[in-house]
Design a protein around this ligand. Structure first.
Ligand code: HEM
Length: 460
């Protein structure tokens, strides 16, 4: 079956465009070829990009047995390990997902609120008036510590001190388009010793694995009812056959949560800070909403603030952290919007292009949180966390974290952008982040100095 049209550029050039300027390349392709087109990147099978809500709906509502995704995510296997949820398909995916989901649901989410607010306060209290800092680094410090706290219950101690910089360094290895190339070009993936980029990556991964293994062994010896953290829950869960997760599964899933759970949220938070401080009206409205909260608001109230929620949604719409969802590889022929796709066709629901459809989002290139107050979008029109059976398992945590971090910072600190030039997104591994990391500066505190620096919310 013929695939939808797409650029006829040499494959190597298409790959470079996809690595160096994904949003620009997607825009060009949509203008030329419409809602559905095929990219041919060297080293990859042809990739079909779709951005019509009807097509997205057809994919997200198809039976889970219709598509594989995991085997199309091989790019990040070296970072996460073979058993990572992101790399699994079929029954194993369903089973591991079921085991991993409980800590990310409802009530349990709220047990992380105090942690989030305290860690934000700790990081923000180190900002010095008139001394610039890079917002993305500060947000990464917060989100890495939050995810380590939530996943391991670790906030200090020797293992925490070792693990934290190692995770940061490992993720920074794909922190620019050039360094991200390491994931896309197999020929760079060679262990030429401890100083070669790939060799360094493998050694760091090995060291992290050893630290995770030591933590797992220690936990197994402890009283299981003790901890409220995700690892404790993961160790105690049993599948339908009464089997626990193996150590290797635990390690790979831990790595997945650490990796997927902080990089993405840090990027989203730095974009949110950028938009709030770039657009005085947005900041003014947000401050009005936050100032109406009174002392010690409960986290549930903060998480439901309409304007704050709309800012977070719009932030993830305009520059979604992931430009596409995981691939959907057809396991049998499928028809989508009147077009037939053969078995093994690789389909990519394109988050970015769906979020920039003018008929859904007027003046789509402008940041307008109000659109989310005036209208409700369906799961096929707004999809920053993907959907269907692969929907991001951390979406509720990420949204809660964004709101609590922003509410804590904005209600306490007066910040400004160091310069007001527009900032462009750039590649960081498989995600897209602000090119300059958003330099910001503290202008002063919003509360009287005499008021104690307590977390914004009390224990949940
Ligand atoms: C703003 C923050 C985040 C964004 C934008 C984001 C986005 C995404 C997207 C687009 C997917 C692919 C969904 C699909 O293919 O349909 C995904 C999957 C996933 N995310 Fe997130 N994510 C975020 C935060 C988190 C957090 C906090 C965690 C966990 C602590 C997490 C864990 C995962 C996992 C494990 C998957 C794989 C799910 C599966 O394949 O079944 N993410 N995320």
């Amino acid at each position: 079956m013929r695939l939808p049209d797409g650029p006829q550029l040499p494959r190597w050039l298409q790959l470079i465009k996809w690595i160096a300027d994904p949003f620009g390349y997607l825009n060009q392709c949509r203008q030329r070829y419409g809602d559905t087109f095929t990219l041919r990147l060297s080293g990859f099978e042809p990739l079909v990009f779709l951005s019509h809500p009807q097509a997205i709906q057809a994919i997200f509502t198809a039976s889970p047995s219709q598509f594989d995704s995991g085997r199309g995510n091989g790019l990040i296997q070296p970072l996460l390990g073979d058993n990572s949820l992101v790399l699994l398909d079929g029954n194993r995916h369903r089973q591991q997902r079921k085991l991993l989901l409980p800590p990310f649901h409802g009530e349990r989410m709220y047990s992380y609120c105090q942690l989030i607010c305290e860690l934000t306060e700790e990081v923000a209290s180190r900002w010095v008036v008139d001394k610039p800092f890079v917002a993305r680094n500060a947000m990464q410090e917060i989100t890495l510590r939050v995810i380590m706290g939530a996943v391991f219950g670790l906030r200090e101690g020797e293992r925490y001190q070792q693990l934290k910089p190692m995770l940061g360094q490992m993720l920074d290895m794909t922190g620019s388009p050039l360094r991200s190339s390491m994931l896309f070009f197999k020929f760079i993936q060679q262990d030429l010793g401890a100083w070669s980029p790939w060799g360094k990556m493998l050694r760091r991964k090995q060291k992290i694995n050893e630290l995770l293994q030591a933590e797992i062994e220690e936990r197994r010896k402890q009283d299981k009812s003790n901890g409220n953290d995700i690892l404790t829950l993961m160790i105690s869960v049993r599948d339908e056959n009464g089997e626990p997760m193996t150590d290797q599964e635990l390690k790979d899933q831990l790595m997945t949560l650490l990796f997927a759970g902080h990089e993405t949220t840090a990027t989203a938070l730095s974009w949110a800070l950028y938009w709030i401080h770039q657009l005085p009206d947005v900041r003014k409205k947000l401050l009005q909403e936050l100032d109406g909260l009174g002392n010690k608001p409960d986290p549930m109230t903060i998480s439901k603030l309409p304007y704050l929620s709309a800012i977070c949604q719009e932030t993830l719409r305009i520059y979604p952290v992931a430009p596409v969802t995981s691939p959907r590889i057809a396991k049998s022929p499928i028809e989508i919007m009147g077009r037939q796709y053969d078995t093994n066709t690789i389909l990519f629901p394109c988050i970015y292009l769906t979020h920039h459809r003018e008929e859904l989002y007027q003046q789509a290139s402008q940041f307008k949180p109000e659109r989310f107050i005036e209208r409700q979008y369906s799961a096929y029109e707004y999809l920053p966390f993907g959907g269907g059976n692969r929907l991001c398992i951390g979406y509720a945590l990420a949204m809660l974290e964004m709101k609590l971090v922003l509410a804590t910072i904005l209600s306490r600190y007066q910040l400004a952008l160091v310069d007001d030039k527009p900032v462009k997104p750039t590649r960081r591994g498989v995600t897209l982040a602000p090119a300059n990391g958003i330099p910001m500066v503290l202008k002063g505190q919003r509360l009287l100095q005499s008021q104690p620096q307590q977390p914004l919310v009390g224990s949940a």
